[in-house]
Design a protein around this ligand. Structure first.
Ligand code: G4P
Length: 529
């Protein structure tokens, strides 16, 4: 098959949601359709349950599992689908943000009873900023929940989206009768035992026909007709271009647990979701169909077996074909590297592959060469954009607790930061090291991993920082900037890439500083040019 055809049949996406909305269940059902797994329950949830935050073994077990579910690939009706796992737990939000740089579209799962929740808001905001096409799946229709119109309103308002329903529920909870598929113009009746079976759909040529009344009863049929009229009146028609530009978001309703409404979602998804898209680099826009291979590292996973300290770097292929045993340029360090056993990921296994195409993810064994954001090419100096660090939420000093192991500690910190577990800031004044994380959980993970993987011990000390701000002076030689550096000396640090960072200790300090130094820009994201 030609590279163009291979690209056109690929769909690489992520499912995002607040924990418990049903992401794992939906993933599992999608895999069932692809025949990638035989039975439900095969996809392990890698979420961290409440109360388990201090249980290291639990964390490790969870992390181990998440390797297996990092990428799930399967074939469905001639389409190659790659699902990238995005942890829902807020302490791993940064991981999810980075994974979103490697997807071409997303499906947003919303719980019909809970509506739009906090994590969904944050993740959708990132997708909106990056103009990632989104489809919304409203889940758990077998339970009592919010009225469909009320929910659509909430999605528009809280998530700042422009929705158009492509399916519509007939009743809900106890009275849930099924779904009218606006996209395919048919009715799908809910029997409650469709968990194992793929439901049958009934074509409805004309909504006013009596057939509808016979199927769902007069009252429900009347209500549905009225509701659909309202849908047509209020919401625009589906517009492929608007969806692709992230200006319109189609909505589906269903129940993942009951495998209901999932096939409709999947069928529509493969027909409308974008294949791998061109990607911006610092140098130029790279198109997938270009002959030469390029790709970038968006995730690094440590090997949990302490005897093999190698890691797995996940590379999204942007252009050309990636071939086994071919030397590629590691752009940051200028080295040529060859990979004898690149892994491709399938639902329940990983496998060595000879060739991969744009949209695919390959897992490369790494002994410490890669950092998140690194680019691999066939020789061209390309640097992909768009893997920024966000200001952490928590900050602590890290201290060495075993003076004989300072080398091990330094190496451990270095590698864990490359993996993107947390961010390191070094204070300009005294060289002390500060670890910044999105959630408190990471401190325990770091301490545990430093000890078990690197034989180093650390302790933490509290530090009151509100936000890390990347500093961009309008004129680095100006008196204003010099004054800023002098006055804020105690709060200045360098991040791992050597960029200057101001650690503001409170929202008030931040505000005052911004007012006092209007020509020193403070960014909450490391990438701002
Ligand atoms: P997550 O990955 O987004 O965190 O959610 P997950 O799929 O694990 O689903 C969270 C809970 O919601 C699970 O129940 C799951 O069975 C349930 N669920 C998912 N889809 C539906 C649905 O369509 N209807 C109903 N009624 N429930 C649904 P749990 O009790 O927390 O876990 P489990 O013990 O069933 O695994």
């Amino acid at each position: 098959m030609s590279i163009k055809k291979e690209i056109a049949r690929r769909r690489t996406f992520g499912i995002i949601s607040h924990p418990d909305a049903g992401k794992t269940t939906l993933t599992e059902k999608l895999l069932l359709f692809g025949g990638a797994i035989q039975e439900a329950g095969a996809v392990k949830s890698n979420k961290i349950k409440k109360g388990a935050t201090s249980d290291f073994m639990e964390i490790e077990r969870q992390r181990g599992i998440s390797v297996a579910t990092s990428v799930l690939a399967f074939e469905y009706n001639g389409t190659k689908i790659n699902i990238l796992d995005t942890p829902g737990h807020k302490d791993f939000a940064e991981d999810t943000f980075r994974t979103l740089t490697a997807v071409d579209s997303v499906i947003v799962v919303i719980d019909v009873a809970k509506g739009v929740e906090e994590q969904t808001e944050k993740l959708v905001q990132v997708c909106r900023m990056r103009k990632i096409p989104m489809i919304v799946f409203v889940n758990k229709l077998d339970r009592e929940g919010k009225d469909a119109f009320e929910l659509l309103d909430e999605i528009e308002q809280k998530l700042d989206l422009h929705v158009t329903p492509l399916s519509f529920p007939i009743g809900m909870g106890y009275d849930f009768k099924g779904i009218y598929n606006i996209w395919e113009k048919n009715v799908n009746l809910f029997s409650g035992d469709s968990r194992k079976n793929i439901e049958e759909t009934i074509e409805i040529e004309d909504l006013n026909s009596e057939e509808l009344d016979t199927l769902i009863g007069n009252e429900s049929a009347e209500t549905l007709r009225e509701e659909l009229e309202l849908v047509t009146g209020v919401y625009p028609d589906f517009d492929q271009e608007a969806y692709s530009k992230a200006e319109q978001q189609p909505v589906f309703f269903g129940s993942a647990l009951n495998n209901f409404g999932v096939r409709e979602l999947l069928d529509c998804f493969i027909s409308i979701a974008p294949p791998p898209r061109p990607k911006e680099s610092e140098e130029r826009v790279v198109k997938p169909e270009e002959k030469d291979f390029t790709g970038f590292v968006f995730k690094i996973h440590a090997n949990m077996d302490p005897k093999h300290r190698d890691r797995l770097a996940f590379v999204k292929i942007v252009s050309g074909v990636f071939e086994r045993n071919t030397p590629y340029l590691h752009v940051r360090n200028g080295k040529k590297l060859k990979f004898s056993s690149p892994n491709a990921f399938f639902a329940e296994r990983k496998e060595i592959v000879d060739i991969s195409y744009p949209g695919d993810i390959v897992g490369l064994h790494d002994t410490g060469n890669f950092k998140i954001g690194d680019t691999l090419t066939q020789g061209e100096e390309i640097h992909y954009k768009g893997i920024p660090s966000f200001s952490p939420e928590h900050f602590r000093y890290i201290n060495n607790a075993d003076p004989l192991k300072s080398k091990q500690l330094a190496k451990g910190i270095d590698q864990l930061m490359d993996e993107g577990v947390a961010q390191l800031f070094t204070l300009e004044l005294n060289g002390r090291k500060v670890i910044g994380t999105v959630g408190a959980l990471q401190y325990e993970v770091i301490q545990y991993r430093l000890e078990h993987e690197y034989g180093a011990k650390c302790t933490y000390e509290p530090l009151s920082v509100h936000k890390a701000c990347w500093v961009e002076p309008k004129d680095p030689k100006s008196e204003e900037f010099k004054d800023f550096l002098r006055v804020k000396q105690r709060f200045m640090a360098k991040d791992k890439r050597g960029q200057l960072v101001f650690l503001a200790d409170s929202p008030f300090t931040l505000q005052v500083t911004q007012q006092k130094y209007p020509n020193v820009k403070l960014h909450f994201v490391s990438e701002f040019k």
